[in-house]
Write a protein that binds this ligand. Structure first.
Ligand code: PLP
Length: 392
């Protein structure tokens, strides 16, 4: 007779894909605290701490800063549902899978979307946004992805913010992969609405989506002619649960909320700038190792925490990922959309961003690729990465 499945036999993985990232024992222990009621005074304090710690990672003084129930896409949908009214014209930068998701979501919420496109792997040219704003003067919202996880491209935001505001538009930024790993200045760069997730740069389990709105974005949401067309993700209702009134809206998961606070405390203890520097340092090590075995980057301007590389010609990319998982317990990501079958995406996010993981993934890749007949000198990748990690 087949035994009942046992949770204790589930594998422990090293998560080096595009998310989720590894979760520390400390955050897992916080997750396992006894469940609290969603209006328990102790839990309301956890929420207050969370809002304060989120303002610090977003680098903002925004009052409306909270964690929406759901994953990064729920954060996206809460912002879009609030900021888009039926018939609004919206500009969205699209140079990958997630820019496209944002454009499609805005369309579903009634927007007439003007896509400003760039090839996959490139970033959006602020001049193109400026020209689109001139061509469509009624646009009051520009949406852009800071870290395009499908291609690894790192989008600069400051110039786009300047052209959007010069045209009287608000700036909506997808920081799902950048928050906690890559420099992001919500107030300094005048980002009006920004959403992220718990499971990438913050190294908490998936299930909560940090969101922050500037006073201008909050005014836009409060001044809507009709309520947002999502009840569950209505930021005005959510802010009454997070703010002074403490009105019941949904049964918040205190376990996830407590875990997110713990993950944010760990960010605060490390220091946000030190954390950004840690991601850069390990990226440089990984990059040197990948170069040593001929794996070239897809984007011109790569994120440090998401490394998207071309799969060598003739290599079965899924077989390599499967061997990394089965032999080494390491998960990396596959390509999405037009990069399906042609890319590997190696994440170095939060808890996963350590030297031991850089070395482990390179050791695994070089041995598997060598066995598949590629002309690789065993040890070349690990040695190149080791040199860089020792000097940066
Ligand atoms: C992961 C990701 C999302 C979606 O987040 P989920 O947590 O999977 O819902 C959105 N945008 C970007 C840029 C992402 O990387």
């Amino acid at each position: 007779m087949k035994p009942e499945p046992a949770t204790t036999t589930l594998p422990t993985r090293v998560l080096m894909g595009p998310g989720p990232s590894d979760v520390s024992r400390r955050v897992l222990a916080a997750l396992a605290r006894p469940t609290l009621g969603h209006l328990d005074p102790a839990y309301l304090e956890v929420m207050d701490d969370t809002a304060r710690l989120l303002r610090a990672v977003f680098r903002t003084a925004n009052r409306l800063t909270l964690a929406v129930p759901g994953t990064g896409s729920a954060g996206m949908e809460a912002c879009v549902a609030g900021l888009v009214e039926e018939g609004d014209e919206v500009i969205v930068g699209v140079c990958g899978f997630f820019g496209n998701r944002l454009a499609e979501m805005a369309e579903r919420h009634g927007a007439r979307v003007h896509r400003v496109e760039a090839p996959w792997g490139e970033t959006i040219d602020p001049g193109d946004i400026e020209r689109a704003l001139a061509a469509h003067p009624s646009v009051r919202l520009v949406g852009i992805v800071h870290a395009e996880t499908s291609t690894g491209a790192h989008q600069p935001l400051e110039e786009i913010s300047a052209v959007a505001h010069a045209a009287g538009a608000l700036l909506l930024v997808d920081a799902v992969t950048s928050l906690g790993c890559v420099e992001l200045e919500v107030d300094g760069w005048r980002v009006d609405a920004c959403y992220s997730c718990s499971q990438k740069g913050l190294s908490c389990p998936p299930g909560l989506a940090p969101v922050t709105l500037s006073p201008d974005a909050e005014a836009k949401i409060r001044g809507r002619s009709a309520p947002a067309d999502s009840w569950y993700l209505d930021l005005t209702l959510l802010s009454r649960y997070w703010g002074g009134e403490r009105l019941y809206h949904h049964t918040a998961s205190s376990n996830l909320g407590v875990a997110l606070r713990e993950a944010l405390l760990m960010v605060s203890e490390e220091g946000l700038e030190a954390r950004w520097a840690r991601h850069r340092r390990h990226h440089l090590g990984l990059r040197a190792g990948l170069a040593a075995i001929g794996l070239g980057y897809i984007p011109r301007r790569s994120l440090p925490n998401l490394n998207a590389v071309h799969v060598p010609a003739g290599v079965d990319e899924a077989a390599v990922r499967r061997q990394l998982l089965d032999r080494h317990g390491i998960e990396i990501g596959a390509g999405l959309g037009p990069l399906r079958g042609r890319a590997w995406r190696i994440g170095l996010m939060g808890e996963s961003c350590i030297a031991g993981n850089v070395v482990a993934v390179l050791a695994g890749l070089e041995s598997i690729l060598e066995e598949m007949g590629l002309p690789i000198t065993p040890g070349a990748a690990v040695s190149a990465a080791g040199k860089v990690l020792a000097t940066t």
